[in-house]
Design a binder for this molecule. Structure first.
Ligand code: FMN
Length: 162
């Protein structure tokens, strides 16, 4: 069984989730960050996890493109899809549904809404000003849903059966 996690993270949150998932598997997991790595060929993998984060209402374009370019192949894999975001409840679900096609969502065995964090140190001056204005925040906050990450990992890597 070979696994691949393709993710994109601007300030580190989706990256943390991707690395935590990779640690959960007993098998080797290849990690590819589309921020600085080319989209990998996925033919040789049995399990593929795709994850991004929401900025200004949308998942990263590179994640959407990767999913669109590979949709037919992803539909033959054991598939997991996750998203990092700060909105919760219905709005988070809406963002997830907007990020991934209906075909992929229906096929995925694990779907994860992992929450997110505002990391002021990683933001540029414009992002900091925007977050201060829209969310009224001056400092960093973390609302990562670690349980959602663990639950996702248990299902995708069959850990609940051991
Ligand atoms: C400039 C900016 C815009 C954002 N816009 C949204 C948004 O529209 N919806 C949302 O749920 N979260 C939004 N967020 C929160 C991010 O999804 C959250 O910070 C997430 O943890 C980022 O993940 P990353 O560090 O992997 O990029 C925004 C964050 C920033 C800095």
């Amino acid at each position: 069984m070979s696994s691949l996690i393709v993710y994109m993270s601007l300030h580190g949150c989706a990256g943390k989730a991707a690395h935590r998932l990779a640690e959960m598997s007993w098998q080797k997991v290849d990690l590819v960050n589309l921020r600085n790595q080319a989209p990998p060929p996925i033919d040789s993998y049995d399990t593929v996890i795709v994850g991004g984060s929401v900025h200004m209402g949308q998942v990263q374009g590179k994640i959407r493109r990767f999913c669109a370019d590979n949709e037919a192949k992803l539909l033959t894999k054991r598939l997991g899809l996750f998203l990092c975001h700060i909105y919760e409840g219905e709005e988070a679900v809406k963002q997830f549904n907007y990020a991934y096609s209906k075909n992929l969502r229906n096929h995925a065995v694990s779907k994860g809404l992992f929450g997110g964090e505002f990391n002021m140190e990683k933001m540029n001056i414009f992002e900091r000003a925007l977050i201060k204005k829209t969310a009224g925040l001056d400092g960093s906050i973390s609302r990562i849903n670690n349980k959602a990450i663990e639950d996702f990992g248990k299902v995708i890597f069959h850990l609940d059966k051991s």
